[in-house]
Ligand binder design. Structure first.
Ligand SMILES: Cc1ncc(COP(=O)(O)O)c(C=O)c1O
Length: 397
């Protein structure tokens, strides 16, 4: 089945052997935390992993099982774990990858701010060596792998917020040669645009909060692992318990059914908005993966589904300092100035104030994140309305 079809059907209508001959068409919310069996020997078998079944909600839950099966199918993995947030999913991914490997992580310099912070403020103090390298420079990645011999490698498909697209397939080959699992945060791209496991990654992570759920009402994450890492992932999850609640799992699954349709529309809208922004007199520079002059155009062509470039657009407002940026954002009447992305509504975020706030200004500048940079997550509205709102707000500078 194609991805659009799987998004609608996979995970639902699970029959329990020996159960009733009807099932709900869509998976309901299972709130029970523990499970009763007529024969205790069956519960014993479930605990011992000799028999499939439920025992305790920290281990698994039928609503989460359905969502996990769906995410596994969309990303082409061996299995998934639904987590309480995207950050919890990233933490689980790194912890799993390092279980039996050198406690050294090689990470891309350009990552979501909280991911950078998690590495240096949570993993490093716990004794994990962290090294950052420019993932747009393949020879630098190769050199860093031989110098540091990492136990895990971490990158984003479309790096936040400069929208660079590293050569994930070639980096995966380097990682696999070095025996270091490549973890890819595919939140910005989604499996509609590219599936990192098909390109050699070992583990894929999503913030479910974004495109997959898509309606601004779920905080969640998911780790999709290949065969090697799925078992260890579930084993440590049973102890750590960063799992998603069943209400959120239900909402995320409901969102995913329409995610390919929403994403296609968002990608098309983003392309229209990026083209319009590029010729706006108040805009200095636009960053968007469809730009033929994009520094990673060859990677984009090789890795992305044709005609889909994501729905994030970053742009610099000419000569604007923080006050002018605030003025532009305060002038918006429809596009929402808020912290998130991937929702049905367009959202604009100021990286220097929010996603990358904790980085020193010098560090931000080195990453190319200027104080006049805005990051726009384009929604499903009529593109003419998005453009009209941006136009009137930009005239406030
Ligand atoms: C690329 C990326 N990864 C991970 C996260 C973290 O996700 P969550 O907010 O669900 O913890 C975010 C949040 O903005 C993100 O943009």
């Amino acid at each position: 089945m194609k991805l659009h079809t799987r998004a609608v059907h996979i995970g639902d209508r699970k029959r329990v052997e020996g159960g009733r001959d009807w099932v709900p068409v869509t998976t309901p919310i299972h709130t029970g935390t523990s499970y009763f069996y007529n024969d205790l020997a069956d519960l014993d078998r479930v605990f011992g992993k000799e028999m499939a079944g439920q025992s305790y909600a920290r281990y698994s839950n039928p609503t989460n099982d359905a969502l996990e099966e769906l995410c596994t199918s969309l990303e082409g993995g061996a299995g998934s774990l639904a987590c309480s947030s995207g950050m919890a999913a990233l933490h689980m991914a790194v912890s799993t990858a390092l279980l039996d490997r050198r406690r050294v992580v090689l990470a891309a310099k350009l990552l979501y701010g909280a991911t950078l912070n998690m590495l240096v403020k949570a993993f490093e103090p716990a004794g994990v060596e962290i090294h950052f390298v420019d993932f747009d420079d393949e020879s630098a990645v190769a050199a860093a792998i031989s110098e540091h011999r990492p136990g895990a490698i971490l990158m984003e498909t479309i790096a936040n917020p400069m929208l660079r697209v590293p050569a994930l397939d070639r980096i995966a080959a380097l990682a696999n040669n070095a025996g270091a699992p490549l973890i890819v945060d595919n939140t910005f791209a989604t499996p509609l645009i590219t599936r990192p496991l098909e390109h050699g990654a070992a583990i894929v992570v999503h913030s479910l909060t974004k495109y997959l759920s898509g309606h601004g009402d779920v905080l969640g994450g998911v780790v999709v692992a290949n065969q090697e890492f799925y078992g260890p992932l579930r084993d440590i999850s049973r102890m750590l318990g960063f799992v998603l609640g069943p209400f959120e799992a239900y909402l995320a699954m409901r969102g995913i059914k329409t995610f390919p349709l929403r994403m296609e529309r968002q990608c098309a809208n983003a392309q229209a908005v990026a083209t319009w922004l590029a010729s706006h007199p108040a805009v200095d520079r636009v960053y968007f993966p469809a730009d033929p002059a994009h520094p990673d155009a060859a990677n984009i062509q090789r890795l992305f589904e044709p005609g889909l470039f994501g729905a994030m657009v970053s742009f610099e407002v000419k000569g604007a300092a923080r006050e002018q940026i605030f003025k532009v954002m305060n002038s918006l009447r429809m596009v929402v100035p808020a912290t998130s992305l991937g929702d049905v509504h367009s959202i604009v975020l100021y990286p220097a104030m929010s996603s990358h706030r904790d980085l020193a200004p010098k560090h931000r500048a080195r990453l190319g994140i200027q104080d006049n940079l805005l990051r726009l997550s384009v929604g499903i509205e009529d593109p003419a309305d998005i453009i009209a709102d941006l136009d009137q707000a930009l005239s406030a500078t």
